[in-house]
Each structure stands twice: as C-alpha cells, then as structure tokens.
Write a protein that binds this ligand. Structure first.
Ligand code: ZN
Length: 311
C-alpha cells in the first residue's frame, strides 16, 4: 500500500524520497520513530505475507530476490518510478467517489502502446505481473522484477485512497490530523494520512506491529478472506475510501482515527494474506491460505467496518 500518487508531482516525490533516505540513514527501526512516507505500510504487508508462505514458495522467493527479503524490496517500485514516470499510473486506479465500483474502461487508462492488452492501473498490473512471475520462459531478472512489482502493488490496491480518483486520491485534500496541520515535515493531506500518519500514530515498533496484525488475523479468522480477485479487492478499497473521504480543510480527530485505523490494519493484514496466497499459487502451486471469498463492501453508504469472520 501506501504511497502517494506522484505521477503528476515527481518533484515533490523526489523530495520525499530524499527526506526518507536521509531519515533512513539516521534511524534504525525500533529505536526511533517509524520510517514514514509510505515505506512502512509496504514492509508490514510483506512481513505479514512472509508468515504464510509455503517452504517451496520461500525457496523460490529467495532464489529470485537473493539476499534481500520481501520487506526489503516492498517499496522498490516507488523508488523506481521516480526515474520511470511511465510506471506511475500502475500504482492506483482513479475510481470516482460518485461511482459504486471500479470500471476498467473509465478508471484504468489504456497503455501508451495501443497493442498492449494491459492497461495502466494497479488492477491490470497485478494480473500482468502475476503472468510474468509464472512465466518460466522469462529471464531471472524479469521474473524477479515481476515479484517485486507484485509485492508492492498488492499492497497498493489495499490502500483505499489508491482506488479513489477524486483530488488525486486525496493528495490535494489538505487536512489536519489529531490537531496538527503537519505530518512529519509536510502539510497533512488525506492521502498521506492514510499512507503514513495513522500507521505512525499506532506507535508500535515494526516487530510489534506485525505481531499485532498476525494476532488480529487469528482472532478474526481472516485467513478465510485471503482469496478474491484484484477487481474485488479494488472495489472494497474504493468503498472504504468513499466512507473515509473528508473535505478540504477537514479536522481529522481521534474519533476518525479510532474508526479508520481498524480499516488500515485489516487492509494491511488482508494485503499480506492475499500476497501470500498469490505467491503460493504461482510459485508452489498451492493456493494457501485456502480462502473462499473476498470481503464484501457495503454498497448502501453506511460506514464499512473491517471484515468480520462471518463475512
Ligand atoms: Zn505504490
């Protein structure tokens, strides 16, 4: 999950990256504030997934990534797109808040190459890179790249505001969060609150956060929800974003946080479970966790709660 839509603001994105690189050089995780700017959500998704990989999948991942872990490469796609803006649109889909659900023709633009069967949005690109990872005729490097994209995009599709077309996914909606107009060293915006600020406000070390998510999965029996398709995942994310949409100048208070952090956490958990299931299916032929369905999002306009086991 969890990065901003910088296709149309590469300069700002570059400054974010520079800030992150500087922060990463100064901090080691667990003894300082959480790394921010979207990186942590992607790491958490990958770390959850690692707990559900079969031994065969673990070996295949290691063979493709070498010394790096899935968490290490989870934000590679965001770093890569700084110098490859043609990949920027792959990270999101612009479903308007007035729409009930994702529509490929409307929300997922055709690729620059009119002959390409794949469109340029996160939903299509997940399916595209699934096919690339499964294709043994491709080179090691091509399949490793496909794996890195899948790790990242299955995170992105679970960040609700990556499935929201309004105001650049909420990037243009200035807010205050828990009484502060600034999030880190930047003015808070709605997308960024979902990318980073709520995760950071949790206040957990990475290790404790992963343990918390794994306990949440067990408590709610969310392994049953590890299935579904990218379109289904996109529709649920979109519905969460519609429910959490706030106007420009909104004051996001503790009650907003208390409600929406549950969505953040369930989406991190489900992103991890679904990433694991996709990788297990492709790399070891075992669709585990053996999920049956994706959670349904409410279409009646009331606030959607994180999925419960009965769904
Ligand atoms: Zn991204």
């Amino acid at each position: 999950m969890i990065d901003r839509k910088f296709l149309r603001s590469t300069t700002r994105r570059t400054s974010f990256l520079r800030a992150w690189i500087a922060a990463a050089a100064l901090l080691s995780f667990g003894c300082g504030p959480l790394w921010a700017w979207g990186r942590e959500g992607h790491r958490l998704t990958a770390l959850v997934a690692e707990n559900y990989l079969t031994a065969e999948t673990q070996a295949a991942v290691k063979e493709l990534l070498g010394k790096e872990s899935m968490a290490d490469v989870a934000s590679w796609a965001d770093e890569y797109r700084v110098d490859h803006p043609e990949t920027g649109a792959w990270h999101f889909a612009d479903t308007p808040s007035t729409a009930d659900k994702y529509d490929r023709a409307r929300d997922c633009p055709a690729a620059a190459d009119p002959a390409a069967p794949w469109h340029d949005c996160v939903v299509d690109r997940i399916v595209y890179f699934e096919s690339r990872l499964a294709d043994k005729s491709l080179s090691h490097q091509q399949r490793a790249e496909a794996l890195k994209y899948l790790i990242h995009f299955i995170g992105d599709v679970h960040q609700p505001f990556h499935l929201m077309g309004d105001d650049r996914g909420g990037n243009n909606i200035v807010v205050s969060f828990l009484g502060s107009p600034t999030c880190g060293s930047y003015k808070c915006n709605l997308h960024g609150v979902w990318d980073d600020a709520m995760i950071e406000h949790h206040g957990l070390s990475e290790k404790k956060y992963v343990a918390f998510l794994l306990a949440d999965i067990n408590e709610h029996d969310w392994e049953k929800l590890a299935g579904g398709t990218p379109v289904q995942w996109a529709n649920v994310s979109h519905r969460y974003a519609v429910n959490a949409l706030a106007p420009n100048g909104a004051l996001l208070d503790s009650s907003y946080y208390a409600t929406e952090i549950k969505v953040v956490d369930s989406q991190l958990s489900l992103g991890g479970l679904r990433l694991a299931r996709v990788l297990n299916t492709l790399l070891s032929g075992q669709p585990v966790p053996p999920a049956a369905a994706a959670p349904a999002a409410s279409s009646t306009g009331e606030r959607v709660q994180p999925p419960a086991a009965k769904q």
